[in-house]
Design a protein around this ligand. Structure first.
Ligand SMILES: NC(=O)c1ccc[n+]([C@@H]2O[C@H](COP(=O)([O-])OP(=O)(O)OC[C@H]3O[C@@H](n4cnc5c(N)ncnc54)[C@H](OP(=O)(O)O)[C@@H]3O)[C@@H](O)[C@H]2O)c1
Length: 345
């Protein structure tokens, strides 16, 4: 039985972490790597990952050239948060008859923000009999799939609240930049306004996924303006120094409104120096459910795990665009990856 063959599409911070984890796993093989960054193209993947050995996989900026040489079962895609940007990348993989699991936040539940692209992607995936999934730790798990799973024990629900607080110092550098760590408050406001930094992307997608699962027809989803968390004292990570009164990170809230009330409330805080880190879900209903993970799940480790653990579920799934709520109960794929693939069983 041959190994599950993976092509990496995007070997930045997250793609590299995924690659390193895949290299430790049995029954799965990296057969190609695509990235457009000038400092990566043409190099051996081992060098990009900082390993002391070559892997015999050369990073290419051409998907066609990679997929014309190798047969891949799935592409692990990690380039951008926005579906308008990733759509042409993902469709080019789909047209080659290869499944996709992507970290693209907007792809995790694209039906509200990008309904046309979602529909076109679903049709194309069905035409080419492949499956496409957007997932990750958040969106993808902590503030949607986990919340949805917890609702299974409820007979009635009046309100759901999920809060994630994390110390950004432990996260990858692009994440620390994305949340504005180390900027002055004025710089932060400008960069958010000019969309030079995005903040966290995905709260609206998570709310829509929860609401649709519960068949709640929300009046609207409201995202409050992104707020800077200002450092009271100097704090730092390995790569970013934040002086007192500068921005250590951010706080974002979004609400799903039903009959004038905020029935789904998600609050996300990520800043360097956060002392108490946790993931909390509160469901007001019958029964009330209070769940707290402390410290919070590590975002990068969790993202890599959710992506890799999803690989067999995506390969096994019916063709089309799917979301985490459409797949079997999420779980770890700890053993030889071939043991989870239905067609190989
Ligand atoms: N859902 C979740 O829970 C979750 C978790 C973690 C990350 N993410 C998302 O995953 C994405 C990747 O994160 P990251 O930290 O790895 O970002 P990153 O370090 O910037 O890596 C992205 C890589 O993709 C390359 N790239 C960009 N456009 C490309 C294209 N058209 N074809 C091939 N390669 C391309 C980039 O090259 P250049 O540098 O030259 O542009 C870069 O090397 C981000 O959008 C992030 O927000 C989601």
């Amino acid at each position: 039985m041959r190994k599950v063959q993976v092509v990496l599409y995007g070997v930045g911070a997250v793609g590299s972490l995924i690659a390193k984890y895949l290299l430790q796993k049995k029954g799965i093989k990296i057969v190609g790597a695509i990235d457009t960054a000038e400092d990566k193209v043409g190099k051996d993947l081992g060098e990009i990952l900082g390993l002391n050995r070559k892997l015999g996989v050369q990073v290419s900026d051409s998907l066609d050239s990679v997929l014309s040489k190798v047969k891949a079962d799935i592409a692990v895609h990690a380039t951008s948060s926005f579906l308008k940007v990733t759509y042409p990348q993902i469709t080019s993989v789909v047209k080659r008859g290869v499944n996709v699991v992507s970290t693209c936040e907007e792809l995790s539940y694209p039906y509200n923000a990008e309904p046309e692209l979602a529909k076109k992607l679903d049709t194309l995936a069905k035409q080419h009999t492949v499956t496409v999934l957007g997932t990750g730790i958040n969106p993808g798990f902590l503030m949607d799939t986990l919340v949805i799973t917890l609702t299974a024990v409820c007979q009635r629900i009046s309100k759901i609240k999920a809060v994630r607080v994390m110390n950004a110092a432990t996260r990858r550098v692009p994440f620390q930049k994305k949340i504005g760590a180390g900027l002055t408050v004025a710089e932060f406001k400008h960069k958010i306004k000019d969309k030079k930094i995005s903040g966290h992307v995905g709260l609206e997608q998570s709310i829509a996924m929860i609401a649709d699962t519960l068949a709640w027809k929300l009046d609207r989803i409201m995202a409050d303006p992104v707020e800077p968390v200002i450092a009271e004292k100097a704090v730092e990570s390995a790569s970013v120094k934040v002086k007192a009164s500068e921005v250590a990170g951010l706080r974002q809230t979004a609400k799903g409104i039903l009959q004038g009330k905020g029935v789904i409330v998600l609050e996300f805080q990520a800043y360097i120096g956060a002392e108490e880190e946790y993931d909390a879900v509160t469901i007001e209903g019958v029964p009330c459910v209070k769940q707290r993970i402390q410290p919070c799940v590590h975002g990068d480790i969790g993202t890599v795990a959710v992506i890799v653990n999803s690989i067999p579920k995506v390969i096994n799934a019916p063709a089309g665009l799917v979301t985490m709520k459409d797949l079997p109960v999420p779980s770890a794929a700890l053993e030889d990856m071939r043991r989870y693939i239905k067609t190989n069983a």
